[in-house]
Design a protein around this ligand. Structure first.
Ligand code: FAD
Length: 355
């Protein structure tokens, strides 16, 4: 977390009173979005010796690859004849972490403003405000958030047995869990929980799963109780979830499941949300940039990857990697005009972190 001197980051409610205060810690680059392009940007910024902070609204890195298609194979990333999305993310994370960027998960950036003095950017999040000399927006389709069911009890028990990610398996040990969904994540979650939890039930509203064929076979052989054509009616309990009432959508017959945890895997929605208010030029839900620097309408703010648009734009992971390298190199020059845009080849560098 940023050290602003007086005990941690300033709260967003401090608002732009901060404009008067001198920030103690200013990052060189803030990257907004931890998808493949943000991750490669974090690596590349590290290669150029820049102090980098990466913000991601979800609790996991990888953007669309993690949220939408972790099990699928990708065939058009240079150097990989084929690579599973989740494996590519793991490689990108390893590559980025060589330079120890500050990674802020679960931290959507909601506000972006520039201080009138010195041009430093102020990024607002629920965890406080952060300062950066340059901002690179790598926000893809916008901030991802999990789709939620409106069934009674779901919102009430969020954080009290209702989950949208499996981040800490130990809390499921010896407990009874219900997984809701029919895609890769739902099947993966059920398979991950099965050896840990006392009992796992998976409900899906149809009988066909959208998950990888091999995972579905594994699911049926795993001991997970699979209830197809079943949906959640409501959650019940006191301080936390104690029961889930599910129903067969062909007959309406209800069943009460004794569960302490319910994990929803219903996909994600993406929203540009507050980014619309940041003074950037938008076109078709993307940020307009010039393609030779990846610079937006605001000097010092760059964009790359799916969120960036310019004439001839092609939305591919491979093009996003090139765009973010261009953005970082130009950002370097923006921070210190004495530096060259082209840093030389990485294969010629003597040590890590050279500008
Ligand atoms: P994203 O992957 O969308 O990541 C952006 C991240 O930014 C997200 O995690 C989001 O939560 C975060 N974010 C957004 N706003 C904020 C905020 N305000 N604060 C903090 N975090 C924020 N491309 C290929 O090249 N080859 C393929 O084979 C291929 N297959 C695909 C298959 C499917 C099913 C789909 C859906 C896409 C596929 N793509 C493929 C496209 C590819 O996934 C995208 O081009 C790529 O993910 C773009 O990367 P990105 O980093 O720009 O954005």
């Amino acid at each position: 977390m940023a050290d602003l001197g007086g005990g941690g980051p300033a709260r967003p409610s401090d608002g732009m009173a901060l404009q008067a205060a001198q920030p103690v810690q200013v990052d060189d680059i803030a990257l907004i979005g931890g998808g493949p392009v943000g991750l490669f940007g974090a690596f590349y910024a590290g290669l150029r010796g820049l102090k980098t902070r990466l913000f991601e609204s979800l609790p996991q890195l990888g953007g669309q690859l993690t949220a939408l298609y972790p099990e699928k194979f990708i065939y058009d990333v240079p150097g990989f004849p084929r690579v599973q999305a989740k494996v590519l993310v793991a490689q990108l994370v390893e590559q980025a972490m060589q330079f120890n960027p500050q990674v802020m998960l679960n931290t959507p950036v909601t506000g972006l403003q520039q201080r009138p003095d010195g041009g430093i950017f102020v990024l607002t999040t629920a965890r406080g405000v952060f300062f950066a000399k340059v901002v690179i927006v790598t926000a893809g389709l916008g901030a991802f958030s999990p789709k939620k069911l409106a069934a009674p009890g779901v919102a009430e028990f969020e954080g009290k047995g209702v989950h949208y990610w499996l981040d800490d398996l130990s809390r499921f040990r010896g407990r009874r869990a219900l997984v809701v969904g029919g895609g890769d994540s739902a099947v993966d979650f059920a398979l991950m929980l099965q050896p840990v939890a006392r009992h796992v039930t998976l409900i899906h509203r149809r009988d066909g799963f959208r998950a990888h064929e091999q995972s579905v076979k594994q699911l049926y052989a795993s001991g997970v109780e699979v209830l197809v054509f079943h949906e959640l009616k409501r959650l019940e309990g006191g301080e936390a979830v104690e029961r889930a009432v599910v129903f067969d959508n062909r007959t309406g017959a209800e069943r009460v499941l004794d569960v302490q945890h319910v994990v929803f895997a219903l996909g994600f929605s993406a929203d540009l949300g507050p980014m619309r208010e940041w003074g950037l030029e938008l076109e078709d839900e993307a940020i307009r940039v010039n393609s030779f620097k990846m610079e937006t309408a605001v000097a010092g703010v760059y964009a790359a990857g799916d969120i960036a648009t310019y004439p001839g734009k092609v939305k591919l992971i491979a093009t996003g990697f090139g765009e973010v390298a261009t953005a970082v190199n130009n950002a370097c020059r923006y921070i210190d005009p004495s530096l060259p845009v082209f840093p030389g080849h990485s294969s010629n560098r003597k040590s890590a972190g050279q500008r």
